[in-house]
Design a protein around this ligand. Sequence first.
Ligand code: GLC
Length: 425
Amino acid sequence: MSQALIDQAREVMEGNDRGSYTVPTHGLYPFQWNWDSALSALGFSHFDMNRAWVEVETLMAHQWDDGMVPHIIFHEPDDGYFPGPEVWKTGQVIPTTGITQPAVAGFAVRKLYDRSNDKAVARERLAELLPKVHAWHQWFYRDRDPDGTGLVAIIHPWESGRDNSVDWDEALEAMPIEGVAPFTRRDTTHANPDHRPSDEQYKCYIWLLEHFRGLGWDNAKLHDASPFRLVDPGFNGILIRSCDDVADLAEVLGDTSMASEARTMAVKGRAALESLWNRTLGQYTCYNRAAGHLQSTPTVAGLLAAIADVPHGRADELVRRIALLGQRCGYLVPSHDPADGAFDSLRYWRGPTWLIVNYLIAEGLGRSGQGEMAQRILADSLKLIQKSGFAEYYDPMSGEPCGGGSFTWTAAMVIEILKTKRVPA
Ligand code: GLC
């Protein structure tokens, strides 16, 4: 059974392979996405290690001069997606968007290096890649944490990777959206509109884009100029973990100054993460930096923070919280608490279960000695695949497939889970 699943997953990945990068899925997402690529590299690493490195190398080749790594790289023109390069106008030779995405590349590169049989070749590739990943992390703490709090803010919902999460509602509702140029969405022609963000949310997304474009995509200005400044515990957790991984890898390369800079960022970030602990909910929650308060939205962001090697007591509490969610749904881990009024089992990040999130949470819990819950989450993930195929995401109640189909990173996670986690399938 598990070999058959691995073969199917590989077919999905190969179908979305464009040679030096993968598209998340044909049609809906025709370009290279940042965290999709880094996580997809993990899938490749089990059957083509060279291709795995190439995936991350292509991504990092499009890093901006200031260190930012964009969320989409528009390698080939395709008018099936909105907003395309003619809307972003970021001025890059090969066009990119002007915002970023969760910093999983450092975490992924660590796995690739550890798994490489030919360490001499891996070291050479690492020596090229690692300074770029480190520069990205430095950019984060410089331009997205200008006051040096230890936590970075995102300035657009798309940066979180959880586009329409309930976490952003309060900030988006407070935003001015007059004057947005008229536009036609393309996503709803590829996927069921009931599974996608609303038109009102899309107006906010485009308002922010136009605002940043008006500031010439100058990252030194964007944080303070954005009415949307959210500190996401999952996003920060991933960055902290990647900083730790960079520190370990820099030690392998003998680069002591990079190692100590990366470690310092991780240690500071991990300590600051505690300020996002929400005692009422028993999980981390987002901090609205523009409004100056901790939110109480019960989303998966606060569980994803488990990837950062949180203190043992916190991991225990996160497990309790996930167990509670497990009583409220059929398939862990829902992106929003089913007991909350804003839960929507079909709509993207407002309820559905995503395999990449499950994998990252399980990875973190496993490292924190919470193997039992990690296994349960991974077992639910495989049940979803067996029931509904390689979908973009799943209804956590029924297990129904949602969004796009034949999804690259979903397939990559199946290979990764079956090859590394010893879950029966
Ligand atoms: C959606 C998701 C985001 C992902 C992208 C491509 O925008 O919210 O996390 O990177 O699709 O799969």
